[in-house]
Design a binder for this molecule. Structure first.
Ligand SMILES: [Zn+2]
Length: 247
C-alpha cells in the first residue's frame, strides 16, 4: 500500500499546498481519500483525471470536499468522459458541493455510494471499515486494509476511544492535529491537537503516525515534538508530495 499526500493543510490551503487529500494505492487501484481545497491541481500533477478509481470523503466540510466539484468537471466536460467515478461518503455529506453546478450537469460523472458510519465497504482491493468520530458534522473515520497492511484515517475529530479502536495495530495512523498542545475551548471535543494524536497513536499501538490538518502557520517541528512526547514511533507531518510506502 502506498500513500501520497496531495494536501495536508487544515482550514485553508497555504501557498503551494492544499487541504485534505490523500491518494492511497494498492495493486494499481487508486483511491482518493478526501478532496479538500486545491486538491485537483495536486492530483493532476501526478496522474490524469481518468486514472482515479474511487473517492472516499470523510465529512462535508469544504476543506475536505470542495475540490470534488472541479474533479467532476474535469471528468464530465472532457471530450471522452470516463465511466462514473464511485464516490463513498456519509448520507447527505456532499449535497452542498454536488449542488454547485447546473442540475444534472455532473450527474454522469459520479456514482454516489452513501453509507452509514459503522459500515464495512469494499472499495477495489481495500476493505474499508468506517467509524463515527466526534466532529461538528457527521464524520467517518476509515480503516483501510489491503494485503496485510492497514492505514487508519481520522477525518476531523475530537479525542475519542473510537479513534484508538479505529487505529488499533495500524501500520499508519493519519491523524487530524489542528492544534499543537491544546484545543481552544470553542473547539474542544470536535478537533484534536498533535499531543492528542500522539497519545492515541500510542494507545492504539500504531506503527507510524502522520500528523495532518495543521492550522496554517503551525510550526511542523512543534507539532512533531508535541506528539513525540506521547508516542515513541516515527512521526511525520503531511505536506503535498510526501509519499509513505507500507511495504
Ligand atoms: Zn471538519
Amino acid at each position: 500500500m502506498r500513500l501520497t499526500v496531495l494536501g495536508g493543510c487544515g482550514v485553508w490551503p497555504e501557498a503551494g499546498q492544499a487541504c485534505s487529500g490523500y491518494l492511497v494505492e494498492h495493486d494499481g487501484f487508486r483511491l482518493l481519500v478526501d478532496v479538500g481545497y486545491a486538491i485537483l491541481p495536486q492530483l493532476l500533477q501526478r496522474l490524469s483525471v481518468d486514472e482515479l478509481d474511487a473517492v472516499f470523503v470523510s465529512h462535508g466540510h469544504p476543506d475536505h470536499c470542495a475540490d470534488l466539484n472541479p474533479l467532476l468537471r474535469a471528468r464530465a466536460l472532457r471530450d471522452d468522459p470516463p465511466a462514473p467515478l464511485p464516490v463513498y461518503t456519509l448520507a447527505g455529506a456532499l449535497d452542498a458541493v454536488l449542488a454547485l453546478d447546473r442540475p444534472g450537469m455532473l450527474d454522469a460523472a459520479y456514482a454516489l455510494h452513501e453509507f452509514t458510519a459503522g459500515d464495512r465497504l469494499d472499495i477495489g482491493p481495500f476493505r474499508a471499515d468506517t467509524r463515527s468520530l466526534p466532529h461538528w458534522v457527521p464524520n467517518a473515520g476509515v480503516r483501510l486494509a489491503a494485503g496485510d497492511r492497514v492505514l487508519a484515517y481520522t477525518g476531523d475529530t475530537g479525542p475519542s476511544p473510537d479513534v484508538v479502536e479505529l487505529a488499533r495495530g495500524a501500520d499508519l495512523l493519519v491523524a487530524e492535529a489542528t492544534y499543537v498542545h491544546e484545543v481552544p475551548a470553542d473547539s474542544k471535543g470536535y478537533q484534536s491537537s498533535a499531543r492528542d494524536a500522539g497519545r492515541q497513536a500510542a494507545a492504539a499501538g500504531a506503527t507510524r503516525l502522520l500528523l495532518t490538518h495543521l492550522r496554517p502557520g503551525t510550526e511542523h517541528a512543534a507539532a512533531r515534538a508535541a506528539a513525540g512526547a506521547e508516542y515513541g514511533g516515527e512521526i511525520a507531518v503531511a505536506t503535498a508530495g510526501l509519499v509513505v510506502d507500507l511495504p
